[in-house]
Design a protein around this ligand. Structure first.
Ligand code: PLP
Length: 475
């Protein structure tokens, strides 16, 4: 393909994208294909000779699109939002056109310096203390892994990086039983061993119980373990529960634990001053992660990891001997030393476009709208005799289920809601994910889509009620 051809095709693609967003509601929200269906349509061997973009595009439309679940659909209420917006998309076009690396400052000075600036903008927007320094990472999972590695190295005075962990004393890590499941993987990768995670019970609001935390730490100390780290969650995946940073911070200070805050999803709500009280205690934290690629209008991948002790981070992940680093200008930041991968995408550009195009007020309006819609739907559910909430609604995560006024056993209610969810998702008109809280199965609906509106929420609720009534009538 030459430049002239690129120009022609690229314009068509932009038209396709604009049409896609115009007509997104005509697609089934979740892909309706069967396992293997797409694979079987794909040629088993690569082409010997190059094919035309027209042919490839035709196959994209015919074969790939039907296998896509449309996360940008206004009726996508599952898992968590993976937003994208026009400024983010446009910035990605420019990023991909230049494809610069942001491994070291020399690789692309603007990539490094924009990342320094824009992560600090984000820190200010989220009202985080200026003791935190941000770096972009590919995901919250990687950011949490980095926090664990840095805590491990700082505690061991960088001994583990050098000598390894085998038969060392056991480091213990504390987090709530509602924390994100990926934490287990991070602990495995870090070599600390998943048996050394201590899942702390939660209270009736699904928040980590700090009394239980303290009891467990003392027990571990008596058994010769080294309490290393506590991971608090601001917005659990299940219910959006918010652990008390203040109470956890007090325990962390007492036992000298590294305190990491997983605010991957709900941290975005800190753009609203009325929610800043949730940050009380954040000064005690050593690190916090927030994903703009979830609920801050920026397309994947764009996670921002904030850490206080940047030197410890650099010493943990930096590869070059100290004397080489020292030769470099002290003003230079080389992001390879703050990341796991050497090659790094230039992620800051899209965040910069988004923050500038929306402005702080625009972002606040956007988040506030989701919270208003969530409040409205919560009220509706509370007023509906056949439905119940399964957990307090935090931010925009709503867990609920159908409980008919006619008698049903607990197992029948679970089974009913299972079928209700399957039927709703199979309709292609709406997509929700399940939740299991204290052995009660229910539906989890998150209002965080870029293009969700009051009308979509009203239509979604009508569909849920109608489907539940139909199902009930068939029983
Ligand atoms: N932490 C929380 C609270 C989450 O909700 C999620 C994803 O839903 C993650 C971590 C993982 O985020 P990522 O996909 O960026 O690794």
């Amino acid at each position: 393909m030459d430049n002239t051809e690129f120009r022609r095709v690229a314009h068509r693609f932009v038209e396709w994208i604009a049409d896609y967003y115009d007509n997104i509601e005509s697609y089934p929200v979740s892909s309706q294909v069967k396992p293997g269906e797409i694979l079987n349509k794909l040629k088993k061997s690569p082409p010997d000779v190059g094919e035309s973009i027209e042919d490839i595009f035709m196959d994209f439309e015919r074969t790939i699109v039907p296998g896509i679940t449309h996360w940008q659909h206004p009726h996508f209420y599952g898992t968590y939002p993976a937003q994208t917006t026009y400024p983010s998309l446009l910035a990605e076009m420019l990023t991909l056109a230049m494809s610069p690396q942001s491994t070291s400052w020399h690789c692309s000075p603007a990539a490094t310096e924009l990342e320094l600036r824009v992560t600090d903008w984000l820190r200010q927007i989220l009202s985080l203390p200026d003791t935190f320094t941000g770096t972009t990472q590919e995901s919250a999972s990687i950011s949490t892994l980095i926090a664990i590695l840095t805590a491990r190295e700082k505690w061991s005075e960088f001994h583990v990086n050098q000598k390894g962990l085998y038969k060392q004393k056991r480091f213990t890590i504390y987090t709530s039983e509602q924390s994100h499941p990926w934490i287990v993987k991070a602990i495995r990768i870090s070599g600390l061993g998943q048996d050394n995670i201590r899942y702390i019970e939660t209270n009736s609001d699904f928040e980590l119980d700090t009394k239980e935390l303290q009891v467990q730490i003392e027990k571990d100390k008596k058994q010769g373990c080294i309490p290393l780290m506590v991971i608090a969650t601001m917005g659990t995946q299940n219910t959006g529960a918010i652990d008390s940073l203040k109470k956890i911070g007090t325990v962390a200070r007492k036992f000298k634990l590294w305190m990491h805050v997983d605010a991957a999803y709900c941290g975005a709500a800190m753009v609203l001053p009325e929610h800043n009280h949730f940050l009380e205690g954040i000064k005690q934290a050593n690190s916090i992660v927030i994903d703009p690629h979830k609920w801050l209008l920026t397309s994947s991948e764009c996670s921002v990891y904030f850490v206080k002790d940047v030197k410890a981070l650099q010493k943990t992940l930096g590869m070059l001997p100290e004397y080489i680093n020292q030769k470099e200008d002290k003003k230079i930041v080389n992001y390879r030393d703050r990341s796991i991968s050497q090659g790094r995408r230039f992620r800051a550009l899209k965040l910069w476009f988004v923050l500038r195009e929306y402005g702080v007020q625009g972002i606040q309006r956007f988040i506030r709208n989701h919270l208003d819609l969530a409040e409205q739907l919560t009220d509706t559910i509370v007023r509906s005799p056949d439905f119940e909430l399964l957990a307090p609604v935090n931010f925009n995560v709503i867990c609920f289920r159908y409980v008919p006024t006619t008698k049903m056993s607990a197992i029948q209610v679970d089974s009913f809601n299972h079928q209700l969810l399957d039927r709703l998702n199979a309709s292609g008109k709406i997509y929700l994910t399940p939740v299991d809280l204290d052995n009660r199965y229910g539906l989890r609906l998150v209002i965080g889509q870029t293009w969700v509106t009051r009308d979509s929420i009203n239509a979604a609720w009508q569909r849920i009620v109608l489907t539940a009534q139909q199902l009930s009538g068939e029983m």
